[in-house]
Write a protein that binds this ligand. Structure first.
Ligand code: NAD
Length: 242
């Protein structure tokens, strides 16, 4: 797809905290967007109800929506059994890639997590060259790493361009996990203990900025030239130098 052509977006997991901000960001700039999710929270946006582990449902939604760009933010929340992460994050992401390739969708932006490289030790000033840990932190992070690999390995294959983003902790309006958990600790008066030496740092990013990063990633995901459209090499267009 040429950079000048406008994409048609489908946000998978678009009923979630981050997904809703991505949908709003796309609507705010006048883009055409629909949502695929197991939970319906929209009345003003085309909505496709379905589970990402069912490739047929995903393919049908892609076909009907006419999407040229998928933004895949769906995931179960923290604290569940390992099997659900494998089913949704790994098998579900495989199904999305397969459906996208069978329908001929041009772009896939995947919401990974900074947790994919976390092994319980401090990481300061690391970047995407940091390898996955030999022993993953937990099933959630292991499944996110596997899903990210599936997405990145699909790049350039069957006309699909892909990118994965690794947000750190996300905060902002609509959050139902982080602030709720912190507030519950406060309400239960569980504030009189400390883990560690109180020097630990953790990265947080405002949800609006994470949503914007997804939209920018989608915008930048264009073939760098007609020649490498079919190649297996990463095709994120380089920023032009001034
Ligand atoms: P969320 O739970 O608010 O949203 C996830 C959405 O995915 C929900 O609407 C849910 O219904 C949907 N979903 C779950 N399973 C599905 C399935 N099988 N089929 C279709 N839809 C399904 O979560 P969030 O906080 O908005 O997180 C969005 C993404 O960002 C996730 O992939 C998460 O791993 C990643 N992430 C979140 C944080 C954070 O701090 N919230 C940090 C790093 C990465």
């Amino acid at each position: 797809m040429s950079a000048s052509k406008k994409d048609i977006y489908i946000v998978i997991g678009g009923s979630g905290f981050l997904g809703k901000h991505i949908v709003q960001g796309l609507l705010d700039r006048g883009d055409s967007v629909s949502v695929f999710d197991i939970v319906q929270r929209y009345h003003d946006v085309p909505f496709y109800s379905g589970d990402i582990t069912e490739e047929g449902s995903v393919a049908q939604a892609l076909q009907k929506s006419g999407a040229t760009c998928i933004i895949h933010t769906a995931s179960p929340p923290h604290g569940l059994d390992a099997a659900i992460y494998w089913k949704v994050n790994v098998e579900g992401t495989k199904a999305i890639v397969a459906a996208a390739q069978s329908i001929g969708v041009a772009k896939l932006v995947y919401t990974s997590s900074c947790g994919v490289i976390f092994n319980g030790e401090d990481h300061t000033d690391v970047d995407e060259r940091m390898p996955y840990p030999a022993v993953p932190m937990d099933a959630y992070n292991e499944s996110k790493a596997k899903a990210e690999t599936i997405v990145l390995e699909a790049n350039g294959k069957q006309g699909l361009l892909t990118v994965a983003l690794r947000p750190s902790g996300i905060f902002g309006p609509g959050d139902r996990q982080v602030m709720h958990g912190i507030h519950q600790v406060y309400e239960r008066n569980q504030t009189h203990f400390q883990i560690g030496d109180n020097q630990n740092l953790f990265d947080w990013t405002y949800v609006g900025n994470v949503a914007y990063a997804h939209i920018l990633a989608a915008d930048k995901l264009v073939p760098s030239s007609t020649d490498d459209w079919q190649s297996d090499t990463p095709t994120l267009k380089e920023e032009e130098q001034d």
